[in-house]
Structures are given as structure tokens and as C-alpha cells.
Design a protein around this ligand. Structure first.
Ligand SMILES: [Zn+2]
Ligand SMILES: [Zn+2]
Length: 212
């Protein structure tokens, strides 16, 4: 499996492309914007997108979703509890002062425990509400170890804000302690914004995970 992560869109959301080298099947995580950039990377990898998946539906994580969807024909998938946020994209756009992106139909089937496959890639869904009600993390196991795509639930030395629509500070603590800190220390973390980290590093050094 080849994983490429790069900032995309107006707020620099980390978009990831996972490609299975044998089948060229690919998964796109959080196409936040910059469709041309995402398309060029997929074309360079000769990849065929089989799923477009989202850690949550804040506008900076879905900005290029409709374009990737119509170009690839792959289903665009979310956790159902975040559908209301997609339906209020105009409100999100107005609040953040960024243009309203094109929209598309979404499948709300990223439930806790669901598996998404692309060739030999097998990716699991962890429902981690708090930043938004339908926030999820994606866990993928590879020969080089496990990788967690944590969205805006866990950052390097930080956690997601809970003051936006449907945010819940108690729920995010439950998600972090119950689901993410239950993972192996060696698990690499690709966060929704900014640099990556590991579960072990955050267990030791993230001030938001220490108490409460
Ligand atoms: Zn967010
Ligand atoms: Zn974000």
C-alpha cells in the first residue's frame, strides 16, 4: 500500500490517497479542496478510486468531494450522523468566508466497525463522536505497521474543537480514551491538519489526554 498525504483546500486539510499497487485500486480520504491537485496525483499513480471517505463533513474536508465523485464515479461516504452538516454547507461557507463547493449525493454507511476495501487494502471505521456527531477515524494495517487517520478528533499535541454544531466535549474525551488510546503505541497518526504523530507520543505528551 502506498499512502500519500498532502494539504488541500482553503484550510489545508490533510487529504490522503491510499493506493494498492497490485490492483491500482485507491481510497481518497478527506478531499478538502484543490481537485486538480488530487486528480493529478491519482493520475500519476494510475489509480482507480473505489471509495471517497470522510472523517467528518466540515466544509474544509469535503470541498472537492463532488468533483472527485463525478470524475471517478466512486461512492462518497460519511457517517450518517454528520449528514446534517453537509446539508448546512452554505452556513459553514458563510461562517468561514469561503466559497460554497459543489455538492453530491453521499452514502451514510461509515458506521462503527465497517470495513472498506480497495484491492489488498483493508481499512476499518471507528466512530469517534465529539468534534462532530459523525466524526470517524480510519485504521489501516500494513506491513509497516498500523496507521490511523484521525481527522479533527486528534492532532499532534491537540484535540478537535467542540464548540461548533453538534460538538460535545464529553463525547470527544470518551472517544479519545475509549477508542484511540486503546490502540497500540506504535500506531502512526495522520491528523486532519498539521503534522503527524503516534498514539504513544500523544499518550505521553498531549496535555488534553492527561486528565478528565
Ligand atoms: Zn472539523
Ligand atoms: Zn478540519
Amino acid at each position: 500500500m502506498v499512502i500519500e498525504t498532502f494539504p488541500a483546500g482553503p484550510l489545508g486539510c490533510n487529504c490522503s490517497i491510499l493506493v494498492d499497487p497490485a490492483s491500482k485500486s485507491a481510497i481518497v480520504i478527506d478531499p478538502g479542496g484543490d481537485f486538480d491537485l488530487i486528480r493529478r496525483k491519482l493520475e500519476a499513480a494510475e489509480a482507480r478510486v473505489t471509495a471517497i471517505i470522510h472523517t467528518h463533513t466540515h466544509i474544509d474536508h469535503v470541498g472537492a468531494t463532488a468533483e472527485v465523485q463525478s470524475w471517478s464515479g466512486a461512492p462518497a461516504r460519511i457517517h450518517e450522523d454528520d449528514r446534517f452538516l453537509y446539508e448546512m454547507l452554505p452556513v459553514q461557507a458563510a461562517l468561514l468566508g469561503i466559497p460554497l463547493p459543489a455538492i453530491c449525493d453521499l452514502d451514510g454507511d461509515l458506521a462503527d466497525g465497517a470495513a472498506i476495501t480497495a484491492g489488498a487494502i483493508d481499512l476499518g471505521v471507528l466512530h469517534t463522536p465529539g468534534h462532530t456527531p459523525g466524526s470517524v477515524c480510519f485504521l489501516v494495517k500494513s506491513a509497516a505497521g498500523s496507521v490511523l487517520f484521525s481527522g479533527d478528533t486528534l492532532f499532534r499535541r491537540g484535540i478537535g474543537r467542540t464548540d461548533l454544531w453538534g460538538g460535545d466535549p464529553r463525547a470527544i474525551k470518551r472517544s479519545l480514551k475509549g477508542k484511540l488510546l486503546a490502540l497500540d503505541d506504535a500506531t502512526r497518526v495522520v491528523a486532519g491538519h498539521g503534522p503527524g504523530t503516534t498514539i504513544g507520543e500523544e499518550r505521553r505528551a498531549n496535555p488534553f489526554l492527561r486528565n478528565g
